[in-house]
Structure formats: C-alpha cells, structure tokens
Design a protein around this ligand. Structure first.
Ligand code: MF3
Ligand code: CO
Length: 270
C-alpha cells in the first residue's frame, strides 16, 4: 500500500527534508581536494543532531555512518573513509535524517575541483534525468512513468541506468512502497495520487549499467570501472504535479530553468 500523507504529516516531511537539503548544501561545499569523507560525515552527523534530528542511515541494516559517499566508479553506499579527496574526483553525497517521526532523503554528486568534460556531462545529464523523472510526477500518472522518463534522457546521451537500486516511497519509514525503478516502459504500476511522498534517485553510469558490491558489503561500484553519478530528491504529489521537499530556495531559480516550471510549490515556505 502507498500511503497518502495528510497536510500535517506533509508539514513534518517538509521540515525534515529541508533540514536534509540544508545540511547537504553545507557538505557539498566541503568536497574539495584534501578533505576526507570521514570529515564530511562528522559534520553531517553534528548538524543533523544539532537540529534535534537523527541520522537515518546510521544503523540501518548495520550501515556505519550518517552519509553515503561514493567517489568516481562507486555508484552508491560508499562508506566514509580517511582517503582525502583529490582534484578530478566526482563525489556522490547521500544523506537521510529522521525528525519528529518522519524521514527525509536527498543526494547530489559534485565535482572536486576541476573534472573531465565527460565527468561534468555525466553530472549534468544525471541531474537532468532526475528532473525529467520529477516532471512525470502528477496525480493519475503511473509509477513507471518516472523511470521511463529517466531512462529516455540518460540513454539519449549515451549513458546507462543502474538497474539494481531503486527510488522509494518515504514517510514514517526510510523505505516505503512503491519501489521506483529508473528504467523500463511507462504506463505500468500504481497510479500516483495527491499526498504520496517519493524519493526519486537515478544512478547513472558513463559506461555499462552493471554494478557489483565490494567485500565491505555496502559499496556498489561499476563493473567496468566507469564513472557513476547519483542525484536524489524527495517530492510530494500535489493537486497539479509535485513539490520538491528537498529543494532549497537558493536552487529554485536554477531548477526552474531546467524544468520550465516551479517545483517549490509550498505557500507555507518562508
Ligand atoms: N538514499 C539511499 C536509499 O534511499 C541510501 C540508503 S543507505 C543505507 O536507499 F545505509 F541506509 F542503506
Ligand atoms: Co533514497
């Protein structure tokens, strides 16, 4: 069953998702040469706890940290480490938090210093694919319309969509129904309805789609060692379309350029 949230629940989801987006915006500034991903994780945990929230990933099936940090050929679920970032890395930072019983989830992939033209294009196309997926979200649309839109955009640019991991419903659990694949034909699966809350998170490889999990049991990497990018937003289905709960006002103008309409719907935002 896919839960439709009441307006008071959506208010709580707004709060936690805004916190996640704000912390992530601070973390992405830290992604410069010489910084370790453990340092990024420490700041993430401090900021989440200072806001009265809890890390959502730490302890989830034994995951050991607040953020997932996945560099270069790492796809998702990389564990923070003492390896300093170096110029030309691309780094996915994924973070979830729980506040007042509700979860938020958001991810970005950022360049560390200057990156190759291919890496920059991979980041751009993956984020655009996320927004194409988000544009498919409206009452009456089907869950699989999201993945169809993502896949179409990714493959049109010669990149490939990871099959093994999916987006998800989110609310009082980090992972709720439905599962949201980032590929496949549209027009299938449950219909979306107002109040459903979805975490949409395409993972895109520069090379082939296949991935494997390293012996640490978490880190997913591309089998062909090609670069991989990951972007995630949490959205709520509204009467007309959707509102991105993890979109900061400072990013709204740039996103409006990308999608041609505002996805910062809430009149209650200040
Ligand atoms: N954003 C990812 C997800 O929704 C991160 C989960 S990491 C885990 O699945 F550690 F919590 F598993
Ligand atoms: Co997620």
């Amino acid at each position: 069953m896919i839960v439709c949230r009441s307006s008071s629940e959506i208010e709580k989801l707004r709060r936690v998702n805004l916190l996640v987006a704000e912390v992530l915006a601070a973390l992405r500034q830290m992604a410069v040469p010489g910084v370790t991903t453990e340092e990024i994780d420490r700041v993430a945990e401090e900021r989440v706890r200072a806001a009265g929230a809890e890390p959502a990933f730490k302890g989830y099936h034994g995951y050991p940290a607040t953020v997932c940090v996945s560099a270069n050929e790492q796809v998702v679920h990389g564990i923070p480490s003492k390896r300093p970032l170096v110029e030309r890395d691309i780094l996915s930072i994924d973070m979830g938090a729980k506040l007042d019983g509700y979860f938020g989830d958001c991810a970005v992939t950022v360049p560390v210093g200057r990156v190759s033209a291919e890496a920059a294009e991979l980041l751009r196309v993956t984020e655009e694919a996320l927004f194409h997926g988000i544009e498919a979200v409206k009452p009456g649309a089907r869950v699989s319309d999201i993945g169809a839109a993502v896949q179409q955009h990714v493959e049109a640019h010669g990149f490939s969509v990871v099959r093994e991991f999916v987006g998800h419903g989110i609310g009082t659990l980090l992972h709720e129904e439905p599962q949201i694949a980032n590929y496949g034909p549209g027009g299938r699966g449950p219909r979306l309805a107002e109040g459903m809350v979805l975490a949409i998170e395409p993972m895109v490889n520069a090379g082939k789609p296949a991935v494997k999990v390293l012996p640490d049991g978490w880190t997913a990497v591309t089998r062909d060692a090609s670069l991989s990018a990951h972007f995630e937003h949490t959205v709520v289905v509204t009467g007309e379309g959707c509102e991105i709960l993890t979109l900061l006002e400072s990013d709204a103008a740039r996103v409006r350029e990308l999608v041609g309409r505002s996805l910062l719907g809430s009149p209650s935002r200040t």
